[in-house]
Ligand binder design. Structure first.
Ligand code: TRP
Length: 373
């Protein structure tokens, strides 16, 4: 069936129908029963309550194990192809909540190799971008004693034996079918998925025991982990458990914040003036004139400013609902909403940027096997 959207690890375009995507990929919705179960471990994160982290694979099995005392390892990652923006922070903030709630170790993979292979970037480019991205990751406050950053080109000696085992179980025709590769694809790209699988199996490999792995990330990464899950039983590794989120929207109304549209993208290093300018130009659900909006109201559903509050910047559910209500009633205008959001983002970024500077002192202490940047 032809779709009017596309979601792959390397390309996200169109108007994403997340329910259809879930069906196409064969993931399971995070339903009320599961939310209730998660509530036993601590306050359920707003991203779960609001359906932003919205589907999973085998989360119940992982929780069964946890309840029996078999702790899991958390794993997520970043492909360092550019500077960090708010869309990248969103799933990391969620991962931090998981680490705090379940008190588990965290592996953060930085795929400098992937971005070298798939983009027009040198290995030096992707390495220095990885460092910049790592500062943002560390700034979020992950437990320094329980978090390790893997930079692929540095840590390959540890990943490689696992990658090889995975590679032996993945045929070229599977790689073509899952990722859409063809005869013009460079051969590094074809092998790469084995490198992204490796950290999920690393704790099991190193401890000699079956260590469950939880990977909360954007749903665009599912193709990699379908492959990893398929080969796991044959290698005597536990299948990784997945939790997937929707893409963080762009300010211009698109479904995904993307560096290809820098004016619709808020970077973690943006200054207050830039944020003001970008939010000022954001796509909203408002009417053309003030009179019309007072009379007819706006549409928060399509509004990027509202989405930013919903996804990240307003944690209080009552306030989010009130915001939507007031917009629909024409009680509040786009200018006011934009100003309020600009302030929230700037308050957040001021603190984040300070922590990002402090991260320079600690990032080397959090690298896997102590590699130096
Ligand atoms: N391929 C991912 C990206 O381009 C990076 C990545 C590596 C990742 N391992 C991961 C993302 C595990 C999520 C989970 O961003």
């Amino acid at each position: 069936m032809a779709e009017d959207f596309k979601v792959t690890p390397w390309e996200v375009t169109g108007d994403i129908d997340y329910d259809r995507l879930m069906k196409n990929f064969g993931t399971t919705p995070i339903d009320d029963a599961l939310l209730k179960r998660l509530g036993k471990y601590g306050e359920v994160h707003p991203m779960l309550r609001r359906g932003i982290f919205y589907c999973h694979r085998d989360l119940n099995l992982l929780l069964d194990q946890y309840d029996k005392g078999n702790k899991f390892c958390l794993y997520t990652g970043r492909g360092p192809s550019g500077n960090t923006h708010l869309g990248h922070l969103m799933p990391w903030i969620f991962n931090k909540w998981v680490q705090d709630t379940f008190k588990v170790p965290m592996l953060f993979q930085m795929t400098d190799d992937e971005k070298f292979l798939f983009k027009d970037l040198t290995l030096q480019d992707t390495r220095s971008l990885a460092y910049e991205n790592a500062l943002d990751f560390v700034a979020l406050g992950f437990d320094p004693d329980n978090t390790k950053i893997i930079l692929d080109s540095e840590c390959i000696k540890t990943l490689y034996p696992i990658s090889l085992k995975v590679a032996k179980h993945v045929t070229f025709s599977t790689a073509k079918a899952v990722f859409g590769f063809d005869n013009s694809t460079n051969i590094g790209s074809i092998f790469f998925t084995t490198i992204q699988a490796a950290p999920a199996f690393l704790p099991t490999e190193q401890s000699g025991k079956q260590v469950p792995c939880l990977i909360p990330c954007g749903i665009d990464q599912d193709p990699h982990f379908r492959v990893a899950r398929d080969v796991a039983p044959g290698l005597n590794y536990p299948k990784p458990t997945m939790m997937y989120c929707k893409m963080f929207p762009g300010l211009s109304g698109g479904d995904k914040m993307s560096s290809s549209d820098p004016m619709a993208t808020v970077y973690t290093t943006d200054k207050p003036k830039e944020v003001k300018k970008k939010v000022g130009r954001a796509f909203t659900g408002g009417c053309v004139t003030v009179e019309e909006q007072r009379a007819k109201g706006g549409n928060p559903e399509v509004c990027a400013v509202f989405k930013y509050n919903y996804y990240l910047f307003e944690k209080d559910d009552a306030k989010v609902n009130e915001m939507a209500e007031k917009c629909r009633n024409g009680e509040i205008l786009c200018g006011e909403c934009k100003m309020a959001l600009t302030n929230k983002i700037n308050v957040f970024l001021e603190e984040h940027q300070a922590k990002r500077e402090e991260a320079r002192e600690v990032v080397d202490g959090m690298t896997f096997e102590g590699f130096k940047w």
